[in-house]
Design a protein around this ligand. Structure first.
Ligand code: TYD
Length: 206
């Protein structure tokens, strides 16, 4: 039996990690086997790449090197963690995936959405999520929740606004595979909307 691949996307401080954890707990309470993971990271090499990508030590990293490193980490992650878990029938819940690269590198860094998407599709042998939950928040609000900004969080507000707009466009182009949520709502209300959609995806009775 093949599993299901669910991804959380959104800007900084949108509450992805909180909602990812709530969904995973709920699925487990329904007797489902859940594998929780995140990007960049999720494998030993991926976590090492994450350190390079987020460290304020590497402020001069070129945009293309940045895009390649995210794709490299993602290729490792897909091959070593996500695909094996899906093949075993698990539900994989992942904090960020391919659309983060399209939004942050493709649009944010202006590298071209198609190039960046194709790079990740090549790296992952075309592994795409069954459902992506987009938590949409005004970057002013999201960034104000960030305690110690990393390299990407330190980018100017205009960059984060481009990223937000990109996520909204990506989701609008393929509504069957996206759930867009206003992340300024109460956390339990958001969790409920996510559960309803995931229950439909998995054919669960509620
Ligand atoms: P994340 O760990 O989700 O940080 P946070 O919890 O603060 O949102 O993501 C790390 C950063 O990496 C975040 O600023 C988004 C960025 N990112 C990209 O630019 N491209 C990508 O492909 C991914 C996965 C993340």
């Amino acid at each position: 039996m093949a599993g299901s691949f669910i991804v959380f996307e959104g800007g900084e401080g949108a509450g992805k990690s909180t909602q990812e954890a709530l969904l995973a707990q709920w699925l487990q309470s329904q007797g489902r086997t859940v594998v929780r993971t995140r990007e960049p990271g999720g494998t030993p090499a991926g976590e090492a790449i994450r350190t390079v990508l987020l460290s304020n030590e590497y402020t001069g990293l070129t945009d293309r090197a940045e895009a390649l490193l995210f794709a490299a980490a993602r290729g490792e992650h897909a091959a070593q963690v996500i695909r094996p878990a899906l093949d075993a029938g698990s539900i994989v819940v992942c904090d960020r995936y391919l659309d983060s690269s399209v939004a942050y590198q493709g649009y944010g860094r202006d590298l071209g959405a198609d190039y960046v998407r194709d790079l990740s599709l090549w790296a992952t042998r075309n592994l795409v999520p069954d459902l992506t939950v987009l938590l949409d928040v005004d970057p002013q609000v999201g960034l104000s929740r960030v305690q110690s900004p990393d390299r990407l969080e330190s980018e100017p507000i205009e960059y984060h606004q481009r990223v937000r707009q990109a996520f909204i466009e990506i989701a609008a182009a393929d509504p069957g595979r996206y759930l867009v949520i206003d992340a300024s709502q109460d956390k339990d209300a958001i969790a409920e909307q996510i559960q309803t959609r995931v229950a439909t995806l998995l054919g669960m009775s509620r």
